[in-house]
Design a protein around this ligand. Structure first.
Ligand code: GLP
Length: 244
């Protein structure tokens, strides 16, 4: 794992955006795996600015998002569909037919999981997967204890994850108990992974990721087994972490 140190959140966002812009310009038909949460927001803002100022085009870019809440229609303002359209897709020239998120309101969720997995494979796999990390080490919505062999699946959200995400809802009772998420094996099949980690609240998770064992009790630790991972982390996230 290559670790790039950023001074602060702004710097992290700038480095991440530049990284992705370079990938998109090198391969305009790139397949990107995208993430939600607070961490990638600054990156998305910069991708939009770059598109407006310098015209980097998303016309031939395909995207697959990591996850979606179960039971939410795409129109639900708290859905990850809405999050992605509000914070990125509506503001660049991507074609909606190239945008993919799991459908959390599918009638047959098991079928939807299989189908999502097949769609990713059909696109030739993900070239670059953007990831955030929960403070309990979750990636996508794969909570501690998830099998490293897991593919796209329905999961129960940990109470700590529901609490952390309640800030987007206003009331924790509104946060769903379940989500549909790419599995750990799905994420690991990506050719390349870019993980963003920011802030003191991720400090302990960052330490476990870098210094700890590779173990299913800490999902992000699996990234140690991938041959092409770049981590961009800010000083607060890295404070006290011994880099190998
Ligand atoms: C959510 C998302 C994850 C994200 C994580 C961290 O649970 N499903 O994909 O990485 O939160 O979020 P944040 O970046 O807001 O800390």
């Amino acid at each position: 794992m290559r670790i790039i140190q950023a001074n602060d959140y702004d710097h992290l966002s700038e480095l991440a955006a530049n990284y992705l812009i370079d990938k998109i310009q090198t391969n305009p038909a790139i397949v990107l795996g995208l993430a939600t949460g607070g961490t990638p927001l600054g990156t998305y803002k910069r991708l939009i600015k770059d598109h407006e100022l310098y015209g980097t085009t998303y016309k031939n870019v395909t995207t697959y998002n990591l996850d979606e809440y179960v039971g939410f229609l795409p129109e639900n303002p708290n859905s990850y569909h809405a999050f992605m359209y509000d914070n990125l897709f509506e503001k660049v020239d991507i074609s909606t037919e190239n945008v993919h998120l799991p459908n959390g309101s599918a009638v047959d969720l098991v079928e939807e999981c299989k189908d999502y997995e097949a769609r990713i494979e059909g696109a030739g796999g993900i070239d670059v997967q953007l990831l955030g990390m929960g403070s309990n080490g979750h990636i996508g919505f794969n909570e501690p204890g998830t099998s490293f062999q897991s593919t796209t699946q329905i999961v129960e959200l940990a109470p700590s994850t529901r609490e952390a995400n309640a800030r987007f809802f206003g009331d924790i009772r509104e946060v769903p108990n379940q989500a549909i998420t790419m599995g750990i094996a799905t994420i690991m099949k990506s050719k390349e992974i870019l993980l963003l980690v920011s802030g003191e609240s991720k400090n302990e998770a960052m330490r476990k990721l870098v210094e700890g064992e590779v173990d299913e009790s800490f999902p992000a630790s699996v990234l140690n087994n991938h041959s092409h991972v770049t981590i961009i982390a800010d000083k607060k996230a890295l404070s006290g972490v011994t880099l190998r």
